[in-house]
Design a protein around this ligand. Structure first.
Ligand code: TEU
Length: 568
């Protein structure tokens, strides 16, 4: 499937209050269906004080009046289904808002009914926080509560207290929440920080790292620790057993935001009795470098197969076009990279505006809205990824008739808009649409066909699917176009750029471009041209065995018992 992340507050504003809303999103569903999207993920629209822009929920079963109401949600869902789109909502189970009635009660006294819904600890020996855990958003992961004389834990803002998932009533409450949304007709949930629900019961200090865990991580305080005791704890996966039974009953999907970069750790969450799939965040953590792209993506392909969702960008991370160099070059690379992702097993997820080739918005520091920017000294925060969608020429590029909650960015121009790009067959938007259509038209790209890494040493990466389709990406080495000799009868099904060509069996691939090639289905040699000797021998054996079975069947044609052909 092709997913599309709608960051609701920045997608489209129907009522002119400067914030995107559900009615605005509904208006543009036909646009998404035309683009080739299968699944729309809506970021949180629940009642919320908006301390973390909706990821601080104060009521899991309603819609914040700023975004609409339940009737508007139902209309959106109905329209989406009419268009053949499925809708995922964003479930935030790790923490609530500090304004959620559970927390309001929990902090009222030590023996409040909901006290155990949250994680409370007495002060450490020096009267300070109980241990050295830090929040994602800077500062300790603990806030002292004057009224009750204990600290509560929060992996994010103090306004986002962590729920205590050892409390069976929390588990029961979330199963009810899920059942309610599934009964309403939602097609699944994206599960916010799915891997962080439990903590080590001894609340030990996390070891400090000499070096950040990953050179591509931001280097904020959070990344200076080995999160051995606060993330990815035993027992989290079991929580999803009950969720999966509920989801299966409603034919709904559980997609985890398991923000871990090691494939085997992510894979533990994906099982027949746990999540259907997880995002593969490594896709956002690669530079424009063939070794990194192959080296980091391949373990996810190997251990998750079809159960991974590749994000091209997200509301938490720099946009692909910016990560790969910005400007025209960045946009060209982002489209070429998306082409490769389309060649891998699993789902691909666009973040709104990726289809336009947008890079991060250029915003003045004074307009900062993201708590990360406002609370971590020196941090730019996530606003540049979250600026409003440019729809059409004119004021605020068609996002709102009012004043946008965040400016669109100095670098946004009328040429970036959906309106302008729809009118130009060479636009990023039209090329993206053709890419998604090509992916849909070539079954080996989506039917679970086996994958072969044909070239992975760079600068050209090539993967072959099911012996029928070849996807190639040239990340560039300063040497100009690469030429790949292909077997006869190949067809160029998609090119990310006009300078890609297939001439007399030679695929000419300029730097920063990608192509999808269909191997001649009538030419068996072409289909196996990329197999190594061992695989070709295996294939020959399998074919010989199939022929033998066929002969055997023919010999028993008149037998009363029906023989079954067994696929080798
Ligand atoms: O993100 C979880 C997460 O791990 C991110 O905070 C990420 O580490 C960070 O954004 C990198 O800058 C989810 C949501 O996607 C995010 O928007 C929320 O702020 C967060 O959870 C808390 O709910």
């Amino acid at each position: 499937m092709v997913g599309y992340e709608v960051y609701v507050r920045s997608f489209a504003d129907a009522d002119g209050d400067g914030l995107g809303d559900l009615a605005g999103a509904r208006t543009h569903l036909p646009y998404l269906a035309d683009l080739g999207v299968d699944v729309v993920w809506l970021t949180p629209f629940y009642p919320s004080p908006q301390a973390d822009h909706g990821y601080d929920v104060s009521d899991y079963l309603d819609v914040d009046p700023r975004f609409g109401d339940l009737a508007e949600f139902d209309r959106l869902l109905h329209d989406a289904h009419q268009l053949g789109l499925r809708v995922l909502i964003d479930l935030v189970p790790n923490h609530t808002s500090d304004q959620h009635p559970w927390f309001v009660d929990a902090r009222s006294s030590r023996d409040a009914a909901h006290r155990s819904f949250y994680v409370w600890r007495p002060p450490g020996p020096d009267g300070g926080p109980p241990n050295n855990w830090v929040s994602h958003f800077g500062g300790p992961a603990w806030t002292y509560d004057e009224t009750t004389g204990e600290y509560y834990m929060h992996l994010f803002l103090p306004e986002q207290p962590d729920l205590n998932w050892s409390e069976p009533r929390v588990r029961a409450a979330f199963e009810d929440i899920l059942a309610s949304w599934f009964a309403r007709g939602v097609d699944g949930v994206r599960i916010d920080v799915a891997h962080t629900l439990m903590e080590d019961p001894s609340f030990r200090d996390n070891p400090e790292l000499a070096e950040p865990a990953d050179e591509l991580l931001a280097g904020v305080a959070f990344d200076r620790f080995d999160h051995r005791y606060d993330l990815d704890q035993p027992g989290v996966v079991e929580i999803f057993h009950g969720w999966r039974r509920l989801a299966d009953k409603h034919d709904a999907v559980l997609l985890g935001e398991v923000y871990l970069l090691e494939a085997d750790r992510v894979a533990r969450y994906v099982a027949e009795d746990a999540l259907h799939a997880s995002f593969g965040f490594v896709a956002l953590r690669v530079g424009w470098d063939a070794d990194q792209i192959c080296g980091r993506l391949r373990p996810f392909v190997d251990s998750l197969g079809e159960s991974v969702a590749w994000p091209l960008s997200s509301h938490d991370d720099s946009r692909a076009a910016s990560r790969f160099g910005g400007g025209e070059v960045g946009a060209r690379r982002a489209l070429a990279y998306l082409t490769l992702l389309c060649g891998l097993p699993g789902a691909v997820f666009l973040f709104q505006g990726d289809e336009l080739g947008l890079d991060d918005a250029d915003l003045d520091a004074e307009v900062a809205q993201d708590p990360v920017a406002l609370r971590i000294p020196g941090a730019t925060g996530r606003d540049p990824y979250r600026s409003p969608m440019p729809w059409a020429r004119g004021r605020h590029l068609g996002f709102t008739t009012g004043e946008p909650w965040l400016p669109l960015g100095h670098n946004r121009t009328p040429a970036d808009t959906v309106e302008a790009q729809l009118a130009d067959p060479d636009s990023h938007l039209e090329r993206t649409r053709r890419l998604l259509a090509t992916r849909r038209a070539l079954p080996p790209l989506t039917d679970g066909s086996p994958l072969e890494w044909v070239l992975e040493d760079g600068p050209v990466i090539a993967v072959e699917r099911g012996g029928e389709v070849l996807v190639c990406l040239h990340v560039g080495d300063g040497q100009g176009p690469a030429t790949l000799q292909l077997p006869p009868g190949c067809r160029l099904a998609y090119a990310s750029d006009d300078h890609v060509a297939l001439v007399d069996g030679d695929l000419i691939l300029p730097e920063d471009t990608a192509a999808i090639v269909e191997l001649d289905p009538s030419d068996e040699a072409a289909q196996t041209a990329f197999l190594d000797e061992e695989d070709r021998a295996l294939l020959d054996d399998a074919r010989a065995e199939a022929d033998a079975v066929d002969d055997d069947l023919a010999a028993h044609d008149d037998d009363p018992i029906t023989a079954r052909r067994v696929a080798p």
